[in-house]
Design a protein around this ligand. Structure first.
Ligand SMILES: [Zn+2]
Length: 340
């Protein structure tokens, strides 16, 4: 019995020391990871800051350029997208920012955090919360963050120009088959680098197809209250049709009685995912069967991911979506402002 007890003590002592050693090793390992992450963060920051207008607080905050790009790219594109697509998004995001700064178009600061006006911007804590809620593990999130940081460093300073001028790097989520010419939907002057181009997109994108059903009364009231029409009889409602398409095959205008309403306006009024739609009308409802997501101009994110999967590099993706452009060092462009 005594021998058994002694053996038990020895074994317990052994296991206890193993646990302590493991715990110490693990602690050291965690310490090393934290140190490594801190070092990575320091190396990740650029030597430049930008003035970011925080729309909710109504304040301007100074933020490191690379940290800003990280938050934008992580907010705008899923990190599970292909690496070359993420790199393309980084160059687009940097170009978008530099364009705002060079042309001094923002009322407050260099750029704002409102996705409806500039680029989407969520802080790291918020992003991590979103990712956790989507079911990503801590390891997956860390890997995703690393991927975005690497893409920012690997394309450091790169921006897109046309004829020596920085471009307005518009992008959208999805436009199956073709992107849109900027002039076709905004009736603006010709923008030579924002032309309609062929677009190949994987079919598994969740918002590829959508349907919006609007009841007669809601449709009528919305258009009257926004001043598009004075009245709409049920007969005219039932005769609503598409009156004009753009060259890329999107809807340009629809006829409502004697009125013509632009599809881009309809997209805003009824929250349609895009202007690439088919119409069905009966006595009760108008139904929009919509393809794609967004205005369709510039780079398609789903398309960028698809081309990256097919082996295209980020610069090939950029040259595909923006016609006749160059990718150059943004800091070598004539800067209007000294501090960037
Ligand atoms: Zn803005």
């Amino acid at each position: 019995m005594k021998v058994r007890l002694a053996l038990l003590y020895v074994l317990s002592a052994f296991f206890a020391s193993v646990i302590i050693v493991l715990a110490v090793l693990n602690f050291k390992k965690t310490e090393e990871v934290v140190k490594e992450n801190e070092e990575e963060e320091i190396n990740f920051e650029s030597n430049h800051t930008i003035q970011l207008y925080r729309s909710e607080k109504g304040q301007i905050e100074e933020i490191d350029l690379n940290n800003y790009l990280f938050c934008v790219v992580a907010s705008e594109m899923p990190f599970k997208y292909e690496y070359e697509a993420i790199k393309a998004q980084v160059v687009v995001a940097r170009t978008y920012l530099f364009n705002k700064i060079l042309n001094n178009v923002e009322e407050q600061g260099d750029v704002c955090d409102d996705y409806r006006h500039c680029q989407a911007f969520n802080e790291v804590d918020k992003l991590e919360e979103i990712w956790k809620n989507k079911g990503f593990s801590v390891a997956q999130i860390q890997e995703g963050e690393k991927k975005i940081r690497k893409a920012i460093l690997e394309t450091e300073n790169q921006i897109i120009t046309y004829n020596g001028q920085i471009i307005n790097a518009l992008f959208h989520a999805s436009s199956p088959q073709r992107t849109e010419d900027a002039r076709a939907i905004w009736s603006c002057e010709d923008i030579p680098y924002l032309k309609s181009v062929e677009n190949v997109e994987d079919l598994d994108y969740e918002n590829r197809e959508s349907e919006e059903i609007v009841p007669y009364s809601v449709f009528k009231e919305a258009l009257i209250s926004k001043g598009y029409i004075d009245d709409l009889t049920l007969k005219d409602f039932c005769n609503i049709c598409i009156s004009e398409y753009t060259d890329s095959g999107r809807v340009k205008n629809i006829s409502v009685g004697t009125y013509k309403i632009s599809a881009e306006d309809l997209r805003g009024i009824f929250n349609l995912n895009s202007t690439n739609f088919k119409l069905k009308v009966d006595e009760n409802n108008i139904t929009f069967d919509v393809l794609g997501y967004g205005h369709g101009v510039g780079m398609s994110q789903v398309g960028a991911n698809t081309y990256a999967r097919q082996g295209k590099t980020y610069d090939e993706i950029i040259h595909h979506y923006y016609t006749d452009v160059d990718i150059v060092d943004g800091f070598k462009l004539q800067m209007k402002r000294g501090e960037l």
